[in-house]
Design a protein around this ligand. Structure first.
Ligand code: UDP
Ligand code: MG
Length: 311
């Protein structure tokens, strides 16, 4: 009987220092796993350092190593998509190149998926070194997204996971340009087994996430999987319309009873600013959706491949 194939998809952006360490560490684990044929697909996401050179070096001596090199940096989501599209394994493992996703878990993941789970995903339990602000913002993000969207996203969930062929094919059927993988993996359904691990700091290189990019990512997640914010603006609008109508009647009556009253400059300014603010926020929310609709309607490819060694 032929061994099952497992494709390991690894997005890499400026990971020259990590590639070799990752490859060596990962191989140590894979050597001990019998009965499977492993292959790697590294995606060089427009790195500006020697990532591609290192990948080619590795691929020269190991025909299980495939690489795809993008024409520029298209982002991790595009890299994940390219990796999944080119993967042919019966199972696909998705992991980062920085060893923050411990390869040692692969065996456990395989055991679960052989038991019949469609996917095994991981959750970080320690967030050492994370600032107070960051951890609170992340808590808030999960609260918001879980209460207003039709999918549930687990806090601390990482992209490190194994998926069955069936699930990968389903994920690939979602042709949206703005891809929020954490949401997509939930949205397609299937049974996911969660395992937990202690997160480690990066050994080399640095995280590509700034506070702003995390904020954009959070907005992406919410806008991709919920249209509630659009409804909130009409709800707030109706409330304020009702409120101002009542206030209008009150003013008419007090003017009729007490005569003209020229005071009220401060409250007028406050109201103008307040409603002006609300209107701009509502416009901004609509803008977020409109911008995405615009981008989706262009049907641009998610990435371009400049070079690869996949035949
Ligand atoms: N990555 C990528 N393209 C990007 C940014 C990151 O392919 O534009 C890769 C990166 O090389 C790494 C993984 O995505 O393998 C996770 O990135 P990072 O470690 O910066 O994220 P964090 O672990 O801080 O969430
Ligand atoms: Mg990392």
């Amino acid at each position: 009987m032929d061994d099952k194939r497992i494709t390991i998809v690894v997005p890499c952006y400026n990971e020259e220092k990590m590639i070799n360490i990752f490859y060596v560490e990962c191989n140590k684990v894979l050597e001990k796993i019998d009965g499977y044929r492993f292959e790697y697909i590294f995606i060089n996401d427009g790195s500006k350092d020697k990532t591609l050179i290192n990948l080619k070096e590795i691929a020269k001596d190991d025909n299980r190593v495939k690489f795809i090199s993008f024409s520029r940096n298209f982002g991790k989501e595009a890299a994940i998509l390219a990796g999944l599209e080119k993967s042919e394994g019966d199972f696909v493992v998705l992991m980062d190149a920085d060893l923050q996703h411990p390869p040692a878990l692969i065996l456990e993941m395989i055991n679960y998926i052989e038991d019949g789970w469609d996917s095994v995903s991981t959750k970080r339990i320690s967030r050492k070194g994370e600032s107070f602000m960051r951890s609170h913002c992340s808590k808030l993000f999960y609260k918001v997204i879980n209460s207003i969207s039709d999918i549930a996203i687990t806090r601390g969930a990482t992209d490190y996971r194994i998926m069955s062929r069936k699930m990968v094919d389903s994920v690939l059927k979602l042709g949206e340009y703005h891809r929020f993988s954490k949401g997509i993996f939930e949205w397609v359904g299937y049974d996911t087994k969660w395992i937990e691990y202690e997160s480690e700091d990066r050994i080399e290189g640095e995280s590509k996430w700034s506070f702003i990019s995390l904020f954009r990512y959070a907005i992406e997640g919410i806008v991709s999987f919920s249209t509630i914010p659009l409804k909130v603006s009409s709800f707030v609008g109706s409330l304020s319309a009702i409120g101002s109508f009542i206030y209008l009647i009150y003013i008419i009556f007090t003017t009729l009873i007490n005569g003209k009253d020229v005071q009220g400059y401060a409250s007028m300014i406050c109201l103008i600013m307040f409603f002006g603010g609300i209107q701009l926020i509502a416009l901004g929310i609509i803008g977020e959706y409109l911008a995405r609709t615009y981008m989706e309607s262009k049907k641009r490819p998610n990435y371009f491949i400049k070079e690869d060694n996949i035949i």
